[in-house]
Design a protein around this ligand. Sequence first.
Ligand SMILES: [Zn+2]
Length: 322
Amino acid sequence: MDHLSNSTANLFSSVTVDRAPEYRLSNEELSVLADSTNARFLPVLGSQVLVSSSTTGYAVAALTRSIFDAEFHPAGPMIYLGRFNGGHHFAIDIEPASSAHTAGHLFGDLRQFAPLLPDADCALLGYTRAMVHWQRTHRHCGRCGTLNEARNGGHVMRCTAKDCFRQQFPRTDPAIIVLVENGTRALFGRQAQWPKARYSTIAGFVEPGESAEQAVVREVSEETGVEVVTITYHSSQPWPFPGTLMLGYHAKAGDTGIRLNDHELDEAKWLSRAEIEAQMRDGTFVPPTPTSISFRLIETWFDQNAATPLRVLRKTYSELET
Ligand SMILES: [Zn+2]
């Protein structure tokens, strides 16, 4: 399938990590792996990941056991991620006061580094960050409050109370994101706290008891008052900040009147391609970052009928933002 190939996959999704779940099953085997020369460690400091910087650019910093042990103190159990570039990779939470000592290594916000990293590294670091965040926020049982222990290579957190043993699994929260069209125009919104002139597509979490398609209809109606009549699936994107799966759609609107019903958006408006280009030129419309599925939804629509692709316009008119 076309959208599964690396050239068209959304950032943070990648088929280059072999999760090798068979290794999660044996603690003994995992600890042998973790001590082997093939083991690589990806520390997470708060919400920051470790990258290496060199004359050839940025890359994931995957540490050997000896370098990791010399520089950092674990703040949580190791999480087995899988095979990548021939090594067995482990994510690990580290003590808050840590800093990188190796020359060229630095901790940073993955959102900011994402455009600078190879796609495969980005996906590995997104997976790393999401797993560590999940494990860190599931240290106790959600039913009885007893301490959990990590099992299955860190992919299960299980309650240690003998009469409970409740298991929790890595969590990802589905959210919908949708570009709504009507004729030659598309619907954009902005929240008050976003950077100046930033507009995006409509998005929101899927709620219990509804399908993703129903969430599209509901979110668009709640946020803009616009009625969606048809929906087409585009693609999905893991968004590891901290653990969302964005389900991307294109939709067509019936009624186009805008009412900001739930006040989540500060403003919503319909724009044609020509209006978008004009507003990008005068700095009153800045699209979402190209690493996001939101940008790709807009781009797919925009480039169907535009003399200049959206990416080119963005490079021409937008300041370099990440
Ligand atoms: Zn429990």
